[in-house]
Design a protein around this ligand. Structure first.
Ligand SMILES: [Zn+2]
Length: 225
């Protein structure tokens, strides 16, 4: 992967970044690229309270904030922006307000690459609202400054309808970063990592390899290009 000028990552929930782009973000940070993560909420409505539970409704936002900071440290993200929206309500935010928020980030940072979800293929209403706003904000960026936009799609019908992702990046050198980032989100991922480790024990490398060897993206393009 080429060295970017500035990477901007936009997701609604703490842990979206670790699942989607931890390897690429770690790689770019390692190359000396400034990496900004705009995390729109603190995931305070998350259903998981740890397994076994160690969070309460009251403590979850504080715990997730700490987890988010730890995950960013594990990845090497130097610039974490907590944007202060409320979990599960991103879909009800005014579209123009969301787009303006994204435009401001793009204007300030002048990223060469923006990473978010793939509109229509990212399952959760907060994900869709985020992806829509980011895409529109990038579309409205004047062409000479317009960054490349990558979307992560993971709906069941993504590959069937969109084909295979056009960008596949080998992140195997950064698997530790990704693993540690996921581990930092213990309230949400504890069960999953346990399962991964268990599966490794019985079946060898397969599950672990799929998760930690590549990250895949769809390049989002615009009609006027
Ligand atoms: Zn999410």
């Amino acid at each position: 992967m080429e060295k970017e000028r500035q990477l901007l990552i936009v997701y609604p929930h703490p842990d979206d970044e670790s699942f989607s782009v931890a390897g690429v973000a770690a790689m770019q940070a390692d190359m000396g690229v400034p990496v900004t993560y705009a995390c729109l909420t603190l995931g305070e409505m998350g259903r998981n309270l740890g397994n076994p539970p160690f969070a309460t409704r009251e403590s979850l936002p504080h715990i997730r904030k700490k987890e988010l900071i730890a995950a960013c440290e594990a990845i090497g993200i130097q610039d974490l922006r907590m944007m202060g929206l409320r979990d599960k309500t991103v879909e009800f935010e005014d579209d123009e307000k969301m787009i303006a928020m994204m435009r401001q980030l793009i204007d300030e940072l002048n990223p060469s690459l923006v990473v978010t979800f793939l509109p229509n293929y990212c399952v959760h209403p907060d994900h869709e609202a985020t992806a829509r706003a980011v895409k529109e904000a990038v579309r409205r960026t004047p062409k000479p400054q317009r960054p490349t936009l990558y979307g992560v799609g993971f709906a069941n019908n993504t590959v069937e309808e969109m084909g295979e992702p056009d960008v596949i990046i080998d992140i195997s050198a950064y698997r530790e970063h990704k693993y540690n980032a996921l581990k930092a989100h213990a309230s949400q991922t504890g069960w999953m990592l346990q399962e991964l480790e268990n599966r490794e024990d019985s079946h060898g490398e397969t599950t672990e390899d799929a998760w930690f060897s590549t990250e895949k993206f769809y390049t989002i393009t615009f009609d006027d290009e």
